[in-house]
Design a protein around this ligand. Structure first.
Ligand code: NAG
Ligand code: NAG
Ligand code: NAG
Ligand code: NAG
Ligand code: NAG
Length: 781
């Protein structure tokens, strides 16, 4: 059952070939060569086929390439692919496989195959993918493996392989992924590993490797290496400085080894690094303050080493980090106050060190004592570890600081502190109120600044102007929705910038009653004149659909300021959901599929019920509610803008990566450009890659199309989706096919939204029905 997707994969390849080259592939009509036929028979003979999968390998030479033999694909009488994963095959792999001179893909993963890997596999000049993982293969890896100049992927993980890693295994100039993890390999990592500039994934974890990490990384032609996982071995030596040359590295995992020496400063030049795991080694020295420069890091684990000295305050600059473990070292001094800035931190541990002083208040609120315990002189992280006022440090060398010698706060002190704090709060409140009142009174005299800084550095007042006439001089129109507020409430709300787009800036605004709304301030110069604006915005304000973010109100200021008010969703955008999450958070396929269905339904409503083109669809315009139900926003904003603004915007800005290729020429968005953008979002969900970045010089649709054409369909999917590929592989493939259709360079070839929705619903009818129910319930209000 779990193998359906592999078969579909072969069919899919044919489909894509037709799509790409426009001609039918000749899969049959050619009789297999005697040599390939003989090799197939020998291959079958040495396997034990308990489920009878290979019973279809019957009949004469005519049959072998006719398409009826399970798992066999031919071109011109040569076997090009053998794909038999999840077939409960046992027995051994025949040495005769060396006769398949045209073989490109050899995939027998997830079987029960024993014996050794035949060295003849190393003599296949066209081999591109070798997938033998999850079997019981033993012996050592033949030194010839890796010789094939076309090899892109080798996965021998989770077998019983022993012996050394042959240096040539990584010698193909096209090698992209090498996985030898979960075996019993010994010896050291060959220095050839630092010579491959093409490899992106190297996984050697859970072996018995010794020796040190290759140290000869030189930036000759730009390494593609993105992930190096060497954890759970017995690697010793130091962390080579030259690892800092791996400018594309996103993950470096060296934990559970015997690595010593210090952490090199050079690691801080790994700008793309997201995960740094050095835990459980014997690394000593101090943590270099330069690590505070890791701009994209989301997890650092230094647990269980011999690190000492102060924790550098620069670590508090790592604004993207969400997991930090420094426990079981010998750190001294205080936890830097700068750690209070780490707003994304969800996991934090400094336990079992020699830290002292007071835990910064915001940390002690967010993390319980298990994050701090085992530091005798650390205080303030739980009720049983109160901090005492600083007593003069005893001069006597022998006496350790002793809490009982210090003074407790007296009741008087406490009262004074509380009164002081209350006064401070009152003072701030008065200032805010005054500020609001003054602004109302002085009105247009105030200034012509649009965003007057107010309060904290992030606080911004939405509109700083009001005329002497009415209470505000502007006009607020509310559409149907849960909250009621006045123009004044809106203008006095403090706001934080959430994002900027070519049409304006979006703020998160907190109203006086505590309700939060998202406010979009349109660029005045680009928007239509008030009369036309009101007609268009009135139409947008009536649109209601469970997958569309509703427009709740608009405000037209006396000087032409235009604010649009939407619901605020705390979960944020699909873009940040996919690309700004911690390494421990995975997003499974059903969740992604539901999002795809929701976005498609929202767009379907726009195109078919409202007759409206979205015009700017991108994953940053799709917001998620608590149940991850998507709500498309920003639809029809182009209708509020002047025509000149629109042609400039679609030609120059728009959403990079989502823009249909014809847009620079036509300068006009259409339902077909929306479909293209939707296709990009589907690819984004499938690959986990952000369309705003180019991959190997191509945009996301080009990259996916070329990878698929090369038969590396599995390489395009987000790695974390590959875990469940046996159950969801079919759905992913079908969605991929559909998505490639949507991003067809020719607008006429793209389906319309109703067809897209219908096909998506057919891919997983159960999910479609579930999500359709939610849509219907809320649709009728
Ligand atoms: C060969 O296998 C196919 C598929 O399993 C089966 O339909 C066919 O009857 C078999 N032919 C012979 C001659 O056994
Ligand atoms: C390597 O193989 C292991 C075990 O099969 C798997 O868990 C891991 O995700 C693979 N990593 C890569 C980069 O292929
Ligand atoms: C470091 O800490 C360990 C326990 O965490 C302790 O046994 C060891 O003596 C300490 N070493 C130094 C140099 O302080
Ligand atoms: C402390 O927090 C951790 C993780 O945040 C949690 O697993 C643990 O149960 C908590 N312990 C206590 C005593 O609350
Ligand atoms: C912190 O690390 C210690 C080991 O040093 C562990 O026992 C504790 O559970 C960890 N706490 C959290 C919250 O991770």
């Amino acid at each position: 059952m779990g193998n359906n997707h592999i078969i579909t994969l072969a069919l899919f390849f044919i489909f894509v070939n037709v799509l790409v080259t426009g001609q039918q592939n000749k899969i049959d009509g050619v009789i297999i060569t005697p040599s390939d036929f003989q090799a197939l028979q020998a291959f079958k003979r040495e396997l034990i086929d308990a489920r009878g999968v290979l019973r279809s390998w019957n009949g004469t030479r005519n049959a072998a390439c006719s398409g009826s033999w399970a798992g066999i694909k031919c071109i011109k009488g040569h076997v090009v692919a053998i794909q038999l994963p999840f077939k409960a095959l046992a027995g051994r792999i025949s040495d005769k496989v060396g006769q398949f001179k045209e073989l490109r893909k050899f995939s027998l993963h997830d079987n029960l195959i024993t014996g050794t890997i035949p060295s003849s596999l190393g003599s296949l000049p066209n081999l591109r993918g070798l997938y033998l993982f999850n079997n019981r293969l033993s012996g050592s890896i033949p030194p010839s493996i890796g010789n094939s100049p076309q090899l892109q992927a080798i996965d021998l993980s989770n077998n019983l392989l022993n012996g050394f890693i042959p240096p040539k295994i990584i010698s193909s100039p096209r090698i992209y992924r090498l996985n030898l993890s979960f075996n019993s390999l010994s010896g050291s990592i060959p220095s050839s590993f630092s010579e491959s500039s093409s490899v992106a994934f190297v996984a050697l974890q859970f072996n018995n490797l010794t020796g040190s990490i290759p140290s000869s990384w030189e930036n000759k032609s730009g390494y593609q290496l993105r992930s190096l996982t060497l954890d759970h071995n017995s690697i010793s030596g130091t962390i080579p400085k030259s690892l800092g040359k791996l400018g594309n590295l996103e993950e470096l995992s060296l934990s559970h080894n015997k690595i010593n020496g210090t952490i090199p400063n050079e690691l801080s030049s790994l700008e793309k690094l997201r995960v740094l795991d050095l835990s459980d080694n014997v690394i000593y020295g101090t943590v270099p303050k330069e690590l505070g420069g890791l701009k994209n890091v989301s997890a650092i684990n230094l647990k269980k080493n011999k690190l000492r000295g102060h924790i550098p305050p620069t670590i508090g600059n790592l604004s993207t980090i969400n997991a930090l473990d420094l426990s079981e070292n010998n750190f001294t001094g205080e936890i830097p106050v700068s750690f209070e800035n780490l707003s994304k931190l969800t996991s934090f541990n400094v336990s079992n060190n020699d830290l002292s002083g007071q835990v910064p208040a915001r940390l002690s609120k967010r993390f319980n004592s298990s994050s701090f315990s085992g530091n005798l002189q650390l205080c303030g992280f739980s009720a049983s570890t109160p901090c005492f006022a600083q007593a003069p440090i005893s001069e006597s060398p022998s006496s350790s600081p002793n809490p009982s010698k210090r003074r407790r706060l007296s009741t008087k002190d406490i009262i004074l502190i509380i009164v002081g704090a209350l006064l401070a709060v009152l003072f701030v409140l008065c200032c805010v109120l005054l500020c609001c009142l003054i602004r109302k009174r002085t009105g247009s005299k105030a200034s012509n600044g649009k965003n007057i800084g107010h309060g904290g550095e992030k606080g911004v007042v939405l509109a700083g102007e009001a005329s002497e006439g009415g209470p505000t001089g502007g006009k607020l129109v509310l559409f149907d929705g849960p909250f009621v507020f006045t123009a004044d409430d809106l203008l006095c709300a403090t706001a934080e910038i959430m994002g900027k787009s070519p049409y304006g800036t979006v703020y998160k605004a907190t109203l006086e009653d505590g309700n939060q709304v998202a406010v979009k301030r349109l660029r005045e110069k680009l928007a239509k004149a008030p009369k036309e604006f009101e007609i268009e915005v009135g139409a947008l304000g009536r649109i209601r659909h469970p997958n569309l973010l509703p427009l709740r109100a608009y405000y037209l200021g006396p000087k032409g300021e235009k604010l649009l008010v939407f619901d605020y969703l705390t979960k944020g955008s699909l873009s940040s959901f996919l690309h700004a999450r911690g390494p421990e958070i995975t997003i499974d396929w059903p969740t992604r599929m539901k999002i795809a269905l929701g976005v498609t339904r929202g767009l379907n409503h726009l195109h078919n019920q409202e007759n409206l083109v979205h015009g700017n669809l991108a994953s940053s315009d799709v917001y998620l509610d608590e149940q991850n139900k998507p709500k498309v926003s920003d639809y029809g904003i182009h209708r509020l803008m002047t025509d000149t603004a629109n042609t400039n915007v679609s030609a120059t800005a728009g959403a990079t990566g989502y823009r249909a290729p014809e847009l620079p020429k036509t300068k006009k968005s259409s339902t077909k450009t929306d479909i293209y953008s939707l296709g990009v979002i589907l690819l984004e969900l499938l690959t986990g890659k952000s369309p705003s970045e180019t991959i190997e010089g191509s945009d996301l649709p080009q990259w996916v199309a070329s990878t698929v054409k090369e038969e590396w369909t599995n390489e395009v999917f987000d790695l974390e989706l590959m875990r469940d590929v046996s159950t969801t592989g079919d759905e992913m493939l079908n969605t991929l096919k559909l998505a490639l259709h949507l991003v067809d360079p020719s607008p006429e070839a793209r389906p319309d939204i109703q067809q897209v929705l219908q096909q998506l619903e057919e891919i997983n009818p159960k999910l479609a029905a579930e999500t359709a129910e939610d849509s219907a319930e809320k649709g009728h209000h």
